[in-house]
Design a binder for this molecule. Structure first.
Ligand code: NA7
Length: 535
């Protein structure tokens, strides 16, 4: 048997990488994780922009299988900020003694599968090469940043920042003339915070956002103690829920179980819902996600709700999206629309007044020059496949993963790619991942991988590889779940890869729900790893 440096190389040290190190080590495998950042946390290490916050409740946005440990961690808010999540992950790493198997400031640059020994040769940015039997790619779904293709972007004389690698030391916007480019989650979360500091803030919007007010609030001691006492029930409910979170919908729907059809509800009655619920009124209908006409009605209602918040009529109109509700992940904000009533905030509709180029003084728009001190790009990610496509990964016969995925971004069960044996893609394309609570999806994948490696070890098997036919069938199956708003021709989401020029347009995540997905994985595994070749 060939010598390996480690049984398993783990790429990344966010939620997935940390859990992988822990579970694999616990199962008796030797493991080493490599992390590009100089701290752990993955997504929650890099995305430290002002206002960054998760949209899942804190008591569910944590590892769910540490019954004792979870009692020791105190969340301070209903939906925690980036800094608190980063602190939590560092605390977990210390408590589980994970750091000794994690090497920071080390990027995996290339990996090649050696068919003669069935091992991976992993090349690191430090110049080292590590040989392992298996690789677990815990590289995240939203971790390959996109730099927008804007002429002159590097010529700006002021401060240029990206939300997805925001300065660690923070940035003081006080007295500055600032532009934020992009109005996805990162833009929408950072804009209200920057607006409070900046002398002048220009919001450069190409597509308007669907955003709901955050229900966030501090958790007082008594409430947290009660929640902790309920953790066993919360965990049970969470794992029985199709989204890996049982407490999410209740926040917005007030527990209402039977929702009416928007198409069957007179306009005056629809407006009454805006009276009581504000912008959330657009969401509380039975047919909005299944019928495009109902969806258009919801957008109209959403526009009415915005008009009631935003005083300037043109700004209010420009803030209404021209694509279906549910096409992109709905954002949760803290005072986004209210920000546009401030004297120091101006919305620039790039559809009417596009960016011509960036110049040393600021941004040259079609209709004039914005003179600026700082530009913040909140322009998103090459989602779900970008982080692995950017590593030079060679499988059987020298096949390059980036080329395979450029043509057809697919992975069997979202976990394994045909032609790339012994490589596992945690929350890869075709997995529920980004449509669920990421933590539960990650836990499921890491546990499945650990069980799989244990099975291989027990049965003296050296390789596992997805069957190409099973992989294609899975990809077809995944597409059957993509809903009406998600695949509509006017939808250009990162779920579809449509935010990256040249990327194949296909719906990447599995929308059938985590519970259904887990059942399917369990059935296939129990039947002898159907769809995989084990050797
Ligand atoms: P998103 O959601 O992909 O948003 C990126 C935004 O940047 C979006 O509004 C884009 O407009 C805009 N964008 C991208 N390129 C440009 C250029 N060249 N010019 C102007 N505007 C541009 O990324 P986020 O980081 O906000 O959020 C990612 C996920 O993190 C989010 O879904 C949550 O799940 C957490 P477009 O819509 O493409 O017209």
């Amino acid at each position: 048997m060939v010598e390996v440096d480690r049984d398993v190389v783990v790429v990344g040290a966010g939620f997935a990488g940390l859990y992988a190190v822990h579970k694999l080590r616990e199962a008796g495998f030797s493991v080493r994780a490599y992390e590009k950042g100089d701290g752990i946390g993955g997504t929650w290490y890099w995305n430290r922009y002002p206002g960054a916050r998760v949209d899942i409740q804190s008591v569910e946005y944590m590892f769910t299988k540490f019954a004792e440990l979870e009692q020791e961690w105190d969340w301070t808010e209903l939906m925690p900020k980036q800094a608190e999540i980063e602190k939590y992950l560092n605390w977990v790493a210390d408590r589980l003694d994970l750091r000794r198997d994690i090497q920071l400031e080390t990027a995996v640059e290339a990996m090649t599968f050696d068919e003669s020994t069935s091992t991976w040769r992993v090349s690191l940015s430090t110049g080292e090469t590590v040989v392992s039997r298996w690789v677990v790619a815990a590289t995240g779904c939203l971790s390959a940043p996109i730099e927008p293709d804007i002429e002159g972007i590097h010529s700006f004389a002021g401060d240029t920042m990206f939300t997805n690698r925001f300065p660690k030391e923070g940035y003081d916007f006080t007295g500055k003339r600032v532009a934020v480019v992009g109005t996805g989650s990162s833009g929408v979360q950072s804009i209200p915070v920057i607006a409070q500091q900046a002398a002048q803030l220009y919001v450069l919007q190409r597509s308007a956002a669907y955003s709901l007010p955050s229900p966030n609030r501090p958790l007082d001691e008594g409430e947290l103690a009660k929640l902790k006492a309920e953790y066993p029930e919360i965990r049970k409910a969470q794992w029985a829920s199709p989204a890996g979170t049982a407490r999410f919908g209740a926040v917005f729907q007030g527990g209402e179980m039977q929702l009416p059809s928007i198409l069957e509800t007179p306009w005056e009655e629809q407006l009454q819902r805006v009276d009581s619920l504000g912008v959330i009124a657009a969401l509380v209908w039975s047919d909005v996600m299944t019928d495009i006409e109902a969806n258009r009605a919801a957008t109209r209602l959403y526009g009415e709700a915005i008009k009631r918040i935003v005083k300037d009529p043109q700004t209010a109109e420009d803030l209404v999206p021209h694509y279906p509700l549910g096409c992109k992940r709905i954002i949760i904000d803290e005072g986004y629309f209210e920000s546009f009533n401030r004297d120091n905030v101006t919305l620039v509709n790039l559809r009417r007044n596009p960016i011509v180029r960036v110049v040393p003084e600021g941004i040259q728009l079609d209709e004039g020059l914005l003179e600026l001190d700082a530009i913040v790009y909140a322009t998103g990610f090459d989602a779900m496949i970008g982080s692995l496509s950017r590593i030079d990964i060679r499988g059987r016969d020298g096949r390059k993963l980036a080329d395979e995925w450029a043509a057809s971004p697919r992975a069997y069960l979202g976990l394994s790619v045909a032609g790339f044996p012994n490589l596992f893609t945690v929350t890869g394309p075709g997995s529920p991942s980004v449509l669920t609570n990421m933590v539960t999806s990650i836990e499921h994948h890491v546990e499945w991988i650990t069980d799989c490696l244990t099975h291989l070890r027990e049965n003296r098997l050296r390789t596992i590889e997805a069957d190409p036919v099973a992989q294609d069938e899975w990809a077809d199956h995944v597409l059957t779940f993509a809903g009406v708003p998600q695949t509509h021709e006017s939808c250009n989401s990162w779920y579809l890869g449509a935010n990256v020029p040249g990327k194949t347009r296909t719906y990447l995540p599995y929308a059938g729900g985590l519970t259904t997905y887990m059942e399917r994985c369990a059935e296939l595994t129990a039947a002898g790893y159907t769809g995989f070749a084990l050797a």
